[in-house]
Design a protein around this ligand. Structure first.
Ligand code: SF4
Length: 391
């Protein structure tokens, strides 16, 4: 079977070339063709010798993922649904802003963490994506956007591993994929512009600090263990004190001098003044040294069928943000994007799947008794339309 070259970081590709009697520098040329120019046809790689191209045609492919659908928002946000086989699909979202273009990338089909407020989590876990399936999202999107926007320069300047899945539970495929994104011969992203978002897989945070320290975002969502156990079940394994200690260990390695904490505001569940106050205490307890060591990103929840949760009122969101900012904790509220394409992460992919087992699972879940029944039937679980906001 032919190897998909989207699977290889540059050292891996050099070894692959050497095994076929080619010099290592050929791998750099090949890597640039694939990732910088988005080329998949070996015959178009004009500076590679013909015998090498013949070997490539015999032993390799550069193969992206089939696109099931594309949704374009009036605000420029674009969402793709990619087929990963066996009735599974993953979502990728491009979010343009004045000074950057961000791609939100999925790392798993489904997710095993099962956060209460997350559409992907409600679908359960199917499988880890391979390195080539993670990279293919960026490879395709960059190629598409250049053609679509008529640009020859790089369109995607930032990548957030914040789509479907818990990236640190797919560590083996994630790290080579990120090395391809960071490589100057690949996508040339700086470590500050590549973010891993985790629900708090503590041992893997420590490994990431050594192996591939990129910007880190942590899904916090609650100020104490009792509530976080309910909202982010992984907390039962890695409680808040352990998680925040891991954040402090990560900081010296991080490309930024702070960790971003994400906090999805849920009406009546975690958005009250008492929660803000506990959060401030939590941050103060765990701050090592002076200065800013974390920033908060508040995410207004957007309900979905079966969540049993509601979005906080604008007044509650403002009051929560004000309380944190007044306490000296830099806090922003995530803007909504892609409302008109129903960009709820995980929802389109969920529609593709056989949902029988999902409904079984949902019927067994414990529901937090803080909500009323009149829920909207669609929307992004955590961001009010921000497509990359399920974590
Ligand atoms: S928020 Fe992230 S970690 Fe939690 S269930 Fe959703 S995808 Fe998984």
């Amino acid at each position: 079977m032919a190897d998909n070259l989207l699977d290889f970081d540059l050292p891996g590709l050099a070894a692959w070339c050497e095994a076929r009697g080619e010099k290592r520098f050929r791998a750099t040329q090949l890597f640039r063709w694939i990732h910088q120019r988005g080329e998949s046809d070996f015959d178009q790689m004009s500076d590679l010798a013909r015998p090498f191209r013949e070997k490539l045609k015999r032993d390799a492919v550069v193969e992206g993922l089939p696109v099931l659908s594309r949704h374009d928002s009036a605000d420029g946000t674009i969402k793709w649904l990619f087929d990963v086989g066996n009735g599974e699909a993953v979502e990728t979202v491009f979010i343009p802003e004045d000074d950057r273009g961000t791609l939100c990338v999925s790392s798993q089909a489904g997710c095993a963490v099962g956060c209460r407020f997350c559409s992907t989590g409600h679908q359960g876990f199917s499988r880890n994506l391979a390195t080539h399936e993670i990279v293919a999202q960026l490879w395709y999107a960059e190629r598409f956007l250049r053609a679509h926007l008529g640009r020859s320069d790089r369109v995607i300047t930032n990548v957030v591993m914040m789509g479907m899945g818990e990236p640190l539970q797919n560590y083996g495929a994630l790290v080579p994929a990120m090395r391809i994104m960071l490589d100057d011969h690949g996508y040339g992203l700086s470590r500050r512009r590549l973010t891993v978002s985790t629900s708090g897989v503590v041992p893997m945070m420590d490994r990431l600090a050594t192996d591939c320290p990129v910007a880190l975002a942590v899904s916090l969502h609650a100020p104490d263990d009792a509530l976080r156990d309910e909202l982010v079940p992984l907390n039962r394994k890695y409680p808040l004190a352990e998680l925040l200690d891991a954040c402090n260990r990560y900081l010296p390695h991080a490309p930024r001098d702070f960790i971003t904490f994400e906090y999805c505001l849920l009406d009546g569940v975690n958005d009250q003044p008492v929660h803000a106050q506990r959060l401030i205490e939590l941050v103060r307890q765990h701050r090592r040294g002076g200065g800013v060591w974390c920033k908060f990103n508040l995410i207004p929840f957007n309900p979905f069928v079966g969540s049993g949760l509601r979005r906080s009122t604008p007044e509650a969101v403002s009051a929560f943000a004000r309380a944190l900012n007044d306490a000296g904790i830099v806090t922003t509220v995530r803007k909504t994007r892609g409302d008109d394409i129903d960009a709820a992460c995980g929802q389109l992919a969920g529609d593709v799947r056989d949902r029988t087992r999902v409904h079984e699972r949902l019927s067994k879940r414990r529901v937090i008794p803080l909500v009323s029944a009149d829920l909207p039937t669609s929307g992004n679980p955590t961001s009010g339309g921000t497509p990359y906001a399920t974590r």
